[in-house]
Design a protein around this ligand. Structure first.
Ligand SMILES: [Zn+2]
Length: 222
């Protein structure tokens, strides 16, 4: 009985299984906990790729984050950035395989490549988090930055599968990039973001404008 109580208590206070492997990444910007040492190493290598992408556009970097790679996350969720805690929870490639039906826009991207793209999305949130927001929150702007980064970082074959149904024939509606559409129709939000982003002439400059706070999609709600 006591053992049962003890294990229930441990399960409640320990969010990660005891067999998880932790690794401090060589870039000094992340510590990864994953179900296997190999996946922890791969995840660290992926943070290097994200760092290189941000540096290529002179976007700066995120503050140190903890990345927990786990086999299960709440339904419909593949990655979570806990703002203020510098912590990312990420569904493992095995977990992504099981969650295929919930992936909507990204369902045709193979799990290993999807895993690194979701990590890049969450690191983009971590980077945006270091910048000031003039409103109560900057949800729409933060998701614009994260999704445009994620889709730009995809393998071109994967990007082609998700952009095939997007309408690039007319200017994207900037007004549709808001928190309401994000929650009510996330796929429509993602499509509008990507079409809008591809219609900007200078991608790196646009991302810098977002990080500088000059470009905002959120507005003041009295
Ligand atoms: Zn996001």
């Amino acid at each position: 009985m006591r053992n049962l109580f003890l294990s229930a208590l441990l399960a409640a206070i320990l969010p990660i299984p005891a067999s998880a492997e932790s690794l401090l990444c060589e870039n000094g910007l992340a510590e990864v906990t994953a179900p296997s040492a190999a996946l922890a190493r791969e995840t660290c290598a992926m943070t290097d790729d994200s760092l290189a992408r941000f540096e290529a556009c002179k976007l700066g970097t995120w503050e140190f984050v903890r990345i927990d790679v786990i086999d299960q996350l709440e339904k419909g969720c593949v990655g979570l950035y806990h703002c203020g805690e510098h912590r990312i929870e990420l569904l493992s490639p095995a977990g992504l395989d099981r969650a295929k039906d919930d992936l909507r826009t990204f369902r045709n991207v193979p799990s290993d490549r999807l895993f690194s793209s979701v990590l890049h999305h969450e690191l983009a949130h971590a980077l945006y988090e270091t910048r000031p927001c003039p409103y109560e929150n900057c949800l729409a702007t933060s998701e614009y930055f994260a999704y445009s980064q994620q889709i730009a970082a995809l393998d071109p074959r994967d990007r082609a599968t998700i952009t095939a149904r997007m309408d690039f024939s007319k200017p994207a509606q900037r007004d549709s990039i808001n928190a309401m559409i994000l929650f009510m129709a996330p796929d429509a939000f993602i499509a509008t973001v990507w079409v809008h982003f591809t219609q900007r002439p200078e991608p790196c400059q646009y991302w810098r404008g977002i990080l500088d706070g000059r470009i905002l999609f959120d507005r003041f709600h009295p």
